[in-house]
Design a protein around this ligand. Sequence first.
Ligand code: UTP
Length: 288
Amino acid sequence: MKPIRKAVFPVAGLGTRFLPATKAIPKEMLPIVDRPLIQYAVDEAREAGIEQMIFVTGRGKGAIEDHFDIAFELEKTMSERGKDLSVLEPTRLGPGNCAYVRQQEPMGLGHAIWCARDIVGDEPFAIFLPDEFMHGSPGCMKQMVDAYDRVGGGNLLSVLEVPREQVSSYGVIAPGRRDGALTEVTGLVEKPRVDEAPSNLIISGRYILQPEVMQVLAAQEKGAGGEIQLTDAMAAMIGSQPFNAVTFDGARYDCGSKAGYIQANLAIALERDDMADDVRAFALDLLK
Ligand code: UTP
């Protein structure tokens, strides 16, 4: 069984739900307190032992490359002024440990993943949707890699339960056998109607997939919303490859939505020693 060494971060979407904030700034650079969403996702990957980060970028996403680069002038000025440079430590990925490929048109998540096919090569890989902020200890991908080792490989998705009326915004699994946090996946459907959804277990932005998914994606078939959907490609692999899901033990914030983004900021601020008291007092005062 090959270990998970590579992670793909699709960051080429338009972020239309956050306009005008995302007109000139990538959605994935929006901060939760003082750390961009993409940084949290990369930290989660590193915690899970992943070495190589592959970003699928597009027009206007240069800030992500700059974020993970060395900012020479900034660091020089900060050290001359005696400022603490350790805050920049998480942004260092190291030479050769990151790669950028471009998705010329945002044709869907499946298409974005396919754009990384040559760098992924012939090994299993992880996918992170950075706007799904997964907060837990251990992190979501670490929980998944542990489960991957336990089940002996295959494909693995992170899932969580949502109220049934919300399923039509997400990819939904058809569950088979269950064993604690692990659920066998017998089917997958993207954005089903509420009355047609096979469960209320939704895919929550983290995947471990076998490289064969790239061959399915190469057919470039369009699905829900006229986009090339990753869920459809995975569904086509069920039956020929093992598919399981892990229910994440932690909190998930949908930071692609404004309410989820604000909730994530509040939750993290309330955990931070340097601001929790102020924020709590302010929030309680607001709610009076
Ligand atoms: P979303 O659908 O949440 O992102 O895709 P979006 O399309 O940018 O958002 P809205 O709906 O317009 O506000 C989830 C992730 O997949 C990436 C996005 O950048 C995001 O991180 N993505 C999506 C791509 O890289 N390419 C695509 O064609 C679509």
